[in-house]
Ligand binder design. Structure first.
Ligand code: GRF
Length: 217
């Protein structure tokens, strides 16, 4: 049975697009039933509409608290009965009630090798720190910000010439490969969680630059 996915996004939506493309090419047996944004101008809403996916903007300004907003969208998401909830550039910190509702089927992508450079502007943080490598991480969401169990990471070297913009571009190319891959593994039921350690069944571990190795992307 095909995997039912709800996506939350705030920004331009390039990760959403990569996931949609992977589904349309038949690489992932899944359907995105709903895309939600907290930003009316989000490119992700446009991309969803162009692909005939239900797209909803919910305005946080109508809610007195972050918790109130999160409970509202959690209820809306539950109506879709999703197998998986994907954060793709969703810029709001989620309240505990939201995480409790979807823990174990809630994924995020972060543009660094967590636990380094958690939070906002991860690429700028990496450059200012003088790190020689950064990268991208797909992880389960738990109640600690950008600190959940890691599914897959891609390493990107940092050059002396890199700016936050050039590094973001390089990392983004990997994001567009590792996110669809992690989603595919999840939908195939190959992801097992032992404490905070994620094991992808039958995946190949131990090589650079992506660990575990990409299979389809
Ligand atoms: C990505 O860099 C992602 O890692 C971060 O926000 C950005 C979203 O980009 N969480 P897009 O909206 O998917 O293009």
């Amino acid at each position: 049975m095909s995997c039912n996915i709800v996506v939350l996004a705030s920004g331009r939506g390039s990760n959403l697009k990569a996931i949609i493309d992977a589904i349309n090419k038949g690489k992932i047996d899944a359907k995105i039933s709903l895309v939600i944004s907290d930003k009316k101008s989000s490119g992700a809403l446009e991309i969803a509409k162009q692909n005939n996916i239900q797209a909803k903007f919910f305005d946080p300004a109508f809610f007195e608290t972050r918790r109130g907003y999160d409970i509202y969208i959690a209820e809306r998401i539950k109506k879709e009965n999703p197998d998986l909830v994907v954060l793709a550039g969703y810029m709001r910190i989620l309240s505990d009630e939201f995480i409790d509702a979807f823990e174990g089927k809630l994924l995020n992508i972060h543009p660094s090798l967590i636990p380094s450079f958690q939070g906002l502007k991860a690429q700028k943080q990496a450059i200012e720190f003088g790190a020689k490598f950064s990268g991208a991480t797909v992880h389960f969401v738990n109640k600690e910000l950008d600190n959940g169990p890691v599914i897959i990471q891609a390493v990107v070297p940092i050059t002396l010439e890199d700016t936050p913009e050039t590094l973001s571009e390089k990392i983004l190319k990997w994001e567009h490969r590792i996110y669809p891959q992690a989603i595919k593994w999840f939908c195939e039921g190959r992801i097992k969680l032992e404490g905070r350690k994620v094991i992808v069944e039958n995946a190949k571990y131990g090589e650079l630059p992506v660990n575990p190795a990409l299979e389809d992307f």
